[in-house]
Design a protein around this ligand. Structure first.
Ligand code: PEP
Ligand code: MN
Length: 452
């Protein structure tokens, strides 16, 4: 087969060696022939992202690891095909751009902006099946696999959905590329990103004042004849959990003239808490591609395990290759993180340390909604900072689940969502997200920590 992934040794390895390892969290595809046909088509499709872009992000992540930049990574827990809309994509992008402005202003460091977007369609689940009223069906594993409706038909894994994942990623990425380079992300429009959002929220008003300050500074620079080149576009990358290995392998391409294979489904891919087994298929697959890679670390992670991840995923100790995303929970982060940071420091390993303050703080409200308390989210971020400040390491940034919409999924925040509000706009396809206001609240609080 002359397809691009198999032209070289690197390609052959990236496409195949993971198949000899146990792959956790893969769907039980009922029709393997159909899956094979979809995967073959995807292996001939154009890449969604390009090797040079992945290398640019790797350099940015190297700056994060050195303490010279900050990562801001965010988006839905699970994107859905139904919400591949201009409004939804633009809302998330605006939210991230606003947060980045707040953080840049405070930290006086470059903010590396990465969406959990254009590919975040597959979810690891804690159970394979779900029971309702005596009926047992496979769980919803994200739009890339099956549908959320509780019917046998919807829950049947359908390989056609992998093709749709590629298409919806392409549509989303196309809009992101247009918005970030076509004028929408121009820093001189810092005010307009807030429109429609400000009403009544303290952070929205605080953002208005900051935007005025920035506009005055830009006008000042302009009046002085200082160039403001480069401010009219925003550098923005996309990322998702690299969960479905058939899909990731099908989109892997060897960069011509090199022996480096890239997963071209997104710039940065991360390996989840449930799929990071050192001997498993995910670690094997991602050890063969050259993208910047992140790994989620839960509260039970040991220092030797982290060293194992480093040896498997970053044996050459390439700056920016590996980012560790800690999601220990507000109550555990202060106990768990110091050992890990100290161990990597002792080994002289340079990695990016990022805080995911969402996944260790999920609770069930009395109403039955899965939710997160904004205070717990902030407490985990604070704990993350305390540990890094104490050890002299760099708090490299945050990884959060958010949306630009005014949803009511997490409780608390300056424009308080109370438990009894949860049912108003509970729209997530999986985990509860910060709404637009809560995201800005988080950015302002984070800004204070970077300033300290
Ligand atoms: C997620 O990021 O949505 C997720 C499932 O995270 P984790 O692997 O950390 O549980
Ligand atoms: Mn999630």
């Amino acid at each position: 087969m002359g397809n691009a992934t198999q032209e070289s040794e690197a390609g052959r390895q990236a496409a195949g060696t993971w198949r000899h390892r146990p792959a956790a969290q893969q769907p039980d595809w009922p029709d393997r022939a159909h899956l094979g046909a979809v995967v073959r088509r995807l292996s001939l499709a154009p890449p969604l992202v390009f090797a040079a872009e992945c290398e640019t992000l790797r350099r940015r992540m190297a700056s994060v690891a050195r303490g010279e930049a900050v990562l801001l990574q965010g988006g839905d827990c699970a994107e859905t095909f139904a919400r591949t809309t201009t409004e939804s994509i633009r809302g998330k992008l605006k939210t991230l751009l606003q947060m980045a402005v707040v953080l840049t202003h405070a930290a006086a460091l470059p903010i590396v902006k990465v969406g959990r977007m254009a590919g975040q369609y597959a979810k690891p689940r804690s159970r394979a099946a779900e029971e309702r009223g005596g009926t047992v069906l496979p769980v919803y594993r994200g739009d890339a696999v099956n549908g959320p409706e509780f019917t046998a038909e919807a829950r049947r894994p359908d390989p056609e959905r992998l093709r749709l994942m590629y298409e919806h990623s392409a549509m989303t990425l196309n809009l992101i590329r247009a918005l970030t380079t076509g004028g929408f992300a121009d820093l001189r429009r810092v005010h307009t990103w807030n429109q429609g959002f400000v009403a009544g929220s303290p952070s929205g008003e605080r953002y208005e004042r900051l935007a005025e300050e920035i506009e005055r500074s830009l006008a000042f620079m302009h009046a002085c004849g200082a160039g403001t080149r480069g401010l009219d576009t925003a550098e923005f990358f996309v990322s998702h959990e690299g969960l479905l290995l058939e899909y990731e392998a099908a989109l892997t391409r060897v960069e011509p003239g090199t022996d480096r294979a890239y997963a071209t489904s997104g710039h940065m891919l991360w390996i989840g808490e449930r799929t990071r087994d050192l001997d498993g298929a995910h670690i094997e697959f991602f050890s063969r591609v050259a993208n910047p890679i992140a790994v989620k670390l839960g509260p039970a992670t040991g220092a030797d395990e982290v060293m194992g991840l480093l040896d498997r995923l970053d044996p050459a100790r390439e700056p920016g290759r590996l980012t560790l995303v800690v999601r220990a929970g507000a109550e555990r982060v202060r106990d768990v993180l110091p050992t890990l940071v100290a161990k990597l420091q002792a080994e002289g390993a340079q990695v990016g340390w990022v805080c995911d303050p969402m996944h260790g703080n999920t609770i069930t409200a009395a109403s039955g909604h899965k939710t997160r308390r904004f205070d717990a989210v902030m407490d985990e971020v604070r704990g993350f900072f305390e540990v890094h400040r104490a050890l002299g390491s760099h708090p490299g940034g945050i990884h959060v689940e958010l949306t630009g919409d005014d949803v009511t999924e997490c409780v608390g925040g300056g424009h308080e969502v109370r438990p009894e509000h949860l049912h108003h706009r509970y729209e997530t396809a999986c985990d509860p997200r910060l709404n637009h206001t809560q995201s800005l609240d988080l950015a302002f609080l984070l800004a204070e920590m970077y300033r300290e």
